[in-house]
Design a binder for this molecule. Sequence first.
Ligand code: NAD
Length: 401
Amino acid sequence: MTKKKIVVLGAGYAGLRTVKGLQKKGLDAEITLINKNSYHYEATQLHEVAAGTEPAKKISFEIKDVIDESKVNFIQDEVTTINHEAQEVSLKEGEKVSYDYLVVALGFESESFGIPGVDEFGWPLVDIKTAEAAKAQLDKNLQNYKVSKDPKDLSIVVCGAGFTSIEYLGEISNRLPKLADKFDFPMDKVKVTCIEAMPKLLPMFSEKLASYGIDVLEKRGVEFIVGTPIKEIKESSVVYEQDGELKEIEASTIIWTTGVRGSSVVGASGFEERRGRVMVEPDLTVKGQPNVFMIGDVSAVMDEASGRPYPTTAQIALVQADYVVEAMANKFSGTEPNLFEFKSAGTVASLGNNDGIGHTMNKDFKGYIASVMKKGIVDKSLLQTGTPSVLLKKGRFDFYH
Ligand code: NAD
């Protein structure tokens, strides 16, 4: 009898963790992993690459270093569509891969919300390529100031004040004095502005913790403009609305971190979705397709307590992956899986290398201890998606300052 085919799409936190679990489980199945790059990257650390505090290789590792190729067939290619009727995945290079069971873990993309100019002039932080491009753009502008003497070249606007923005601001505000030495520009002429649509900053944290975080960043020179939705991005300026009036701020570097959406492959494949996310069943499968799991940033899992889907995070993606491995084993043994359950272990945001804010075990943490916690989380996820050797090479062990 031919073996059943399990195909996993995407080697981010959700996909790679699933494949690691499946290869260990020893199911009588042919396992295929499809990913557009040869490497996995720690998406939670992209702000470090964009700010230039870490090179891309520090936050990424080769997929072949962690999968067992005697058990998993790895195809490096881009998924274009999923055909549910034919149970087949189409790839950019023309190959078609059929499946009996599918795990869709295609991750996230930048979201422009239809705001004009975002795709042309905003620099998103969604993968290694975009993070490196944002760094190159910033370096070029800062370096150019010496010749241009144009204030825009020393002006950075960070759009939105979500986690990615706050962590990027923490990183870049720490690094700017070093860049001023390197590129010889006056620090007192640097302008870093964060523009946020909502009236309140860091609403996911307590008032005390949020004001600590804002204070740290303001002391490093970041200016927050809040309650001001961005309306347009131009080549060297950002237009936002304040009290019903349109205002404009000039900047050569415009970082677009106002939120993300799930992979557009999901919509292109006809799944019922909103912003690239599919509301999944309690066992993480797609309604009417019990052999198709959706996990990570392409899935929306209802949090019954809040009545809203859980936010997409690396944490939930990893928990979903472990669940899918067990649920898949259930499918092979013909037993009923338990339903997916998730309890957040908390949240931590870094503010540069040795500061941060976090909430876990019903307690708030700030400063150095929060930054140590964040490094611990990164190290743990490297073990969950990688191997002990990956952890040793890429882990964060600079706890002491
Ligand atoms: P986000 O959705 O968390 O934040 C985006 C911010 O941009 C929001 O505050 C939103 O109000 C603002 N915004 C949206 N449109 C705007 C506009 N037109 N003008 C001005 N502001 C606007 O997005 P993110 O930071 O990219 O994070 C994506 C997901 O990844 C989230 O679920 C987040 O929790 C998670 N994440 C977690 C961590 C962590 O735990 N340390 C780090 C990074 C990302």
